[in-house]
Design a protein around this ligand. Structure first.
Ligand code: GLU
Ligand code: MG
Length: 467
């Protein structure tokens, strides 16, 4: 588990001694600087760096950065809420030493995610990592539940030499093909080597469906670690890609048509070391708690898309028949429902069984996405919400009356519609708190305004290389 205590001004003595020793170790290994990373509301990873000698002072006092980034848009313009977006103020970025990693793809650099605290040493209400730590801690306190989570990473590789930010697929081999795997054999082997050095446990790496697309999945971790890891994995993929003259896009859509890049969330609930998705009396071996959690997710899914699919480009991906899961429905191993129930292999269920949330992409801030998914599910669990009937095959084939009768809704088809749903969702807004909830609304409205007048090709191009 990550430390759930907030950073304290001056640092606690154990951390200071540890940072001092670690900094010298890093220097001896050739590390010159440390990347301090956080993800903003728009889903962009923003960083500051310090030389290795700056690690201990950063642990003690943090590194200054304006709170204005909470209302940055992907195009670096700034919107405002009642409390955010002004040029005033400062925050301290405090690295989490438990997550500090030497970057195998960027010689000379180490990396650490940060919590953001105020100059007075208080939690910053706009810090998404602090938000997720709080949601996870509350789930354990109130419900005795812990989680294992994983974020799948899909990305599309273009040729870095392509003119004018266009997308030229870096491979020509078909989906999932040996041909595509062979085309980028050295690249993918280098990626695996980098992850091994960084102690990222890769589960699978494969050529995906769309031209130039690959996917990497990792073993499940506690939610904060899983979110941190998804940021680290993307930093590594970007760096290794660049060495090969490739350009990695994690954008929901690199083109206006075709299958996009997903960032499916896998999650399982555990109580006293027991997986609640296996060995229970409910459907497919789920426990009643797991069923109600999924019911909560389905009820909040339209509003959740404002958090899990936060870019105008997300809605180029969120279309039927792309395995992006655009319906409020669940099914066992169903890839067109919003929630896919994964039961695992006979004999291995207690370890493997989990749920997958599909309408999530990698423009999403992973801390906000996981925190809101957990808050939505816990709302169902707390009220013992009944899980509707399973939907098999493609929910898009249900006739409208049947869809209504079964509670199957198409998810929002635009960011503006998702924000309308989010505005009405008291559970998500309360979980986030007013500062983050208002930032979500303001940033999404800003993104919508930023692409007004663009056609779909223009929207895809505007976000193609942002994430
Ligand atoms: N690329 C698809 C998406 O956008 C997912 C394909 C899969 O199921 O892995 O979500
Ligand atoms: Mg995939």
């Amino acid at each position: 588990m990550p430390p759930l205590v907030d950073p304290v001004p001056g640092g606690n003595p154990g951390d200071l001694a540890r940072a001092h020793a670690l900094a010298h170790e890093l220097s001896a290994q050739g590390v010159r600087g440390i990347v301090l990373a956080f993800v903003d509301t728009a889903g962009i990873c923003r960083v500051k760096t310090v030389p290795w000698q700056g690690l201990q002072p950063a642990v003690a006092w943090g590194v200054g950065m304006s709170p204005v980034f909470d209302t940055f848009l992907a195009n670096d313009s700034i919107v405002r809420t009642d409390v955010l977006g002004s040029p005033d103020g400062d925050l301290r970025l405090v690295p989490d030493l438990d997550r500090l990693v030497v970057l195998a793809g960027q010689p000379g650099w180490a990396w650490a995610p940060v919590d953001r605290v105020t100059q007075e040493g208080e939690r910053h209400p706009g810090c998404s990592r602090t938000f997720l730590r709080r949601v996870v801690a509350d789930a354990e306190d109130r419900h005795g539940i812990t989680f294992k989570a994983g974020i799948e990473i899909e990305w599309t590789l273009g040729r870095a030499a392509a003119p004018a930010d266009e997308f030229a697929p870096a491979t020509s081999g078909p989906a999932y093909s040996a041909a595509r795997q062979t085309e980028l054999s050295d690249y993918t082997a280098d990626l695996l080597a980098a992850f091994e050095k960084q102690e990222v446990a890769v589960a699978q790496l494969h050529p995906e469906y769309a031209p130039g697309q690959f996917e990497l999945s990792t073993d499940a971790l506690d939610p904060v670690a899983a979110a941190d890891q998804s940021v680290l994995v993307r930093q590594t993929i970007r760096a290794v890609s660049q060495k090969y003259g490739l350009r990695a896009s994690f954008a929901p859509a690199v083109a206006e048509r075709g299958v996009g890049n997903g960032g499916h969330l896998h999650l399982s609930l555990w109580r006293r070391g027991v997986n609640l998705h296996a060995g229970g009396d409910a459907r497919y071996g789920m426990t009643a708690a797991a069923e109600s959690f999924i019911a909560g997710l389905l009820a909040h899914l339209p509003a959740l898309t404002a958090v899990t699919a936060p870019s105008p480009a997300s809605y180029l991906r969120l279309r039927p028949a792309q395995w992006a899961g655009v319906y409020t429905a669940w099914g066992r191993e169903t890839r067109e429902t919003g929630i896919r129930v994964v039961t695992g292999t006979t004999g291995h269920q207690s370890h493997e069984a989990n749920l997958e949330v599909k309408p999530v992409d990698l423009a999403a801030n992973p801390y906000l996405a996981l925190g809101c998914v957990i808050a939505a599910g816990l709302d169902g669990l707390a009220s013992a919400a009944p899980l509707p009937e399973e939907v098999t095959d493609d929910p898009g084939r249900l006739v409208p009356d049947e869809a209504v009768a079964r509670g199957v809704r198409r998810l929002p088809t635009s960011l503006a519609h998702a924000v309308d749903e989010f505005r009405e969702d008291e559970v998500l807004r309360t979980a986030l708190g007013p500062v983050l909830a208002d930032a979500v609304v303001a940033v999404r409205e800003g993104e919508t305004a930023a692409v007004a007048g663009l056609d779909e090709a223009g929207v895809a191009a505007a976000y193609r290389w942002k994430y």
